[in-house]
Every structure is written in C-alpha cells, then in structure tokens.
Ligand binder design. Structure first.
Ligand SMILES: [Zn+2]
Length: 228
C-alpha cells in the first residue's frame, strides 16, 4: 500500500509550468479571452508545452483519479480546474492548469469548483486563487492526494470523509470502472518476482558497481511500469 500511495500521491506544489517570455507576450497580446480562444492556432505550441510539462510532473497520471493517461499523442486533455466557460481569462493561469484523463475532464464539465462561486475574484491570471482553501475540488497544486483519497483493499478508490475527496469523486464521476482496473494492473506489475528480487538485492549489495547496475535495472523496470 505504501508503494501504491507513493506512485499515486505526487503533488504539483512548486511545479507549475514556467512560461517563456515569448509565451507570456502571446498571452498578453490576446487578452481578454473568450472560452473558445483556447483553440486559436497561436496557442498551439504553448499548449503542447503545458501538456508535456504536466504529463511528466504528474507521472502521466490524471490529476484527480490518478489513472494512467496516454503517453503519446494527445489522448489526454489539458484540464482547467476552474473551467474556461466560467473563467475564460484564467485559461493560462498557472494554478488552473493540469492534465487529466478524458473521463474526469468530461464528467467535470462546467461544475463550480470554488468555495464561493459568487465571489468575482477578478479577470486577470493573477486573480486565480492561489491557496487550496478557495477550492471545493481537490487541486493538486495545493492539496495532497493522500489526504483526500485512499485505496481500499488495494484497488478501490475511496474519497476520505470530510475532505475534498467526496465532492471531487462525485464531480469527476470516479466510479468509473477503468480506474479500478488501472490500479489492479499496477499492483500486478509491482508484485512481479523480478522487481521484488532486485529490490531485495539492492538492500544487501555491498559492491558499488553492482549496486549501480541494480539501481539502473530497478529504474528501467519502474519506467516500464510507469509507461506501459
Ligand atoms: Zn481522471
């Protein structure tokens, strides 16, 4: 269980995408936005960079349900935590961007995720709330996943009571079957004998060169697990 939590429990704290000067000017030049401006071709490379950045920081897992998302192509959306329809001018705000699975992204839709939806906040990127207490929804830029969710019996995703878990679970419809399947697959791979043996030997190995080889082998297996 500890291992599974380690895989799923990543956080984005301090890991927002740092836009280049060119990207910042592009954003400023096109301000203010309409929700559909997201599809403008001028933003294509910026969107690619954002997608790549978060896919990597999120271990190619959905920001919410933590299911494995497609590694290649564009099979996973950039997700706006506060949706573009509600806050078009926050569409490039750092704390508003993650990648998610298609399931969470489409289930979530335009639901309100802020604690005080009637608060105006403001229309500039910097007005996008920058602390977790403004959000009813789990926000990986501020919140620890393991504080809001747990895995029961090694494969049931359960929201923890009295946290953001239950609201997030309902909003993203996390009852979806593939979430459970994905966890199951992870556990099966982790239980494979090779991985266990290497881990056991790493603990005992005194020879430095051997230890280096073993650590490399372990990394290669982890890559395989993470990218399969
Ligand atoms: Zn998801």
């Amino acid at each position: 269980m500890a291992t599974l939590n380690r895989i799923l429990g990543y956080t984005l704290r301090g890991k927002t995408y740092a836009k280049t000067g060119n990207e910042e000017s592009k954003i400023a030049d096109n301000f203010p936005y309409l929700a559909n401006d997201w599809s403008k071709s001028t933003f294509e490379s910026l969107k690619q960079n954002i997608r790549k950045h978060y896919a990597r920081r999120q271990k190619t897992r959905c920001a919410y349900c933590r299911v494995k998302i497609a590694v290649e192509g564009y099979g996973y959306p950039i997700e706006h935590i506060t949706c573009r329809d509600k806050k078009p001018n926050w569409m490039f705000a750092n704390f508003n961007l993650v990648v998610s699975c298609v399931g969470c992204n489409s289930s979530k839709g335009v639901d309100n995720v802020l604690v005080n939806p009637s608060t105006h906040y403001g229309d500039y990127e910097e007005h996008c709330p920058d602390t977790g207490d403004h959000y009813r929804l789990f926000n990986p830029h501020f919140d620890n996943w393991c504080d809001h969710f747990e895995i029961e019996d090694d494969f049931f995703l359960i929201p923890k009571p009295n946290t953001k878990g239950p609201f997030t679970f309902d909003t993203c419809n996390m009852h979806r079957y593939q979430i459970i399947l994905d966890f199951r697959e992870q556990i099966n791979l982790r239980e494979q004998k090779t991985f266990r043996n290497i881990t056991k030997r790493i603990r005992k190995e005194k020879n430095e060169d051997k230890l280096k080889q073993l650590l490399e082998a372990k990394d290669a297996i982890l890559d395989m697990i993470e990218n399969h």
